[in-house]
Write a protein that binds this ligand. Structure first.
Ligand SMILES: Nc1ncnc2c1ncn2[C@@H]1O[C@H](COP(=O)(O)OP(=O)(O)O)[C@@H](O)[C@H]1O
Ligand SMILES: [Mg+2]
Length: 246
């Protein structure tokens, strides 16, 4: 089983959107386990399924957890309502040794699934570090329009976090999302990023399109839409297939 997580400590960059659509893409031919590790539950709402027995936080309390089948090939471990996942986060901080329970769970699930896709919260904390430690691939979505404001600093910080987590075998990629018109400044930053991390910035970008928001309102993957943006997702995911060396 390959574990692929979507990470960025900035919110609103497309983590959930990419994770949800990637899970559907993979689910065409594979068995996929989706974990929603964000207390905001955005992915859980998109899958429109939420059960106590499938609450992802149970992993860290060593309780029985049973994923829910949300499509033919995708099983979901959902986030929890209210503050439930936040409680788990503080619980983990008090008992750091429990972070290894994620590894134990993934090892036990490895025979049942081809992929595990993990959506994460926009924070750098123990849960994120544990997710990174247990992933073979991390995808860092960035919103191209805010690149000129944040520059490379935020991305450098995340890459440093991945390195510090001590997972040297990890593959990571930057996925540029919400591309509209390319300003000279954006071009310059993307060129700098490619020069600094030649292998990690994906060549295929995803444009900004209202069709993405509309698909989410219908709780459907973007591939059902005939809009050009659906092809952007497909091109990016196929590039990932080619580039992941796991
Ligand atoms: N390519 C895109 N074009 C237009 N809207 C997008 C695009 N990607 C994401 N969005 C929208 O942007 C918002 C934030 O995306 P989301 O995936 O929830 O970010 P995150 O999980 O990083 O907080 C959502 O409303 C989503 O529908
Ligand atoms: Mg999200």
């Amino acid at each position: 089983m390959k574990v692929i997580s979507f990470i960025n400590h900035k919110g609103g960059v497309g983590k959930t959107t990419l994770a949800f659509n990637y899970a559907h893409y993979l689910g065409q031919k594979n068995k996929v386990l989706f974990m929603d590790l964000d207390p905001q539950m955005a992915a859980t709402f998109l899958f429109d399924n939420f059960e106590d027995k499938a609450f992802v936080g149970r992993i860290f309390r060593e309780e029985t957890v049973t994923p829910s089948a949300v499509t033919k090939n995708i099983d979901l471990l959902n986030s929890g309502s209210g503050l439930r996942l936040l409680e788990i986060k503080s619980f983990l901080h008090a008992r750091p040794a429990r972070a290894h329970l994620l590894k134990k769970y993934l090892a036990a699930a490895a025979d049942k699934y081809d992929y595990c896709v993990i959506d994460t919260a926009p924070q750098i904390d123990m849960l994120l570090d544990s997710t990174i430690m247990n992933s073979q691939v991390c995808i860092i979505p960035v919103q191209s329009e805010i690149l000129p404001i944040l520059g490379l600093e935020a991305i450098n910080k995340l890459i440093e976090e991945i390195r510090l987590a001590g997972n040297n075998a990890i593959n990571y990629f930057v996925a540029v999302n919400m591309f509209s018109k390319v300003t000279n400044l954006q071009k310059k930053i993307l060129a700098e990023m490619k020069a600094k991390y030649p292998k990690i910035v994906l060549e295929n970008y995803i444009r900004r399109s209202i069709a993405v928001v509309e698909a989410q309102e219908r709780k459907t993957p973007i591939f059902k839409s005939k809009k050009e943006v659906a092809a952007d997702f497909l091109r990016m995911f196929r590039e990932l297939d080619r580039k992941m060396v796991i």
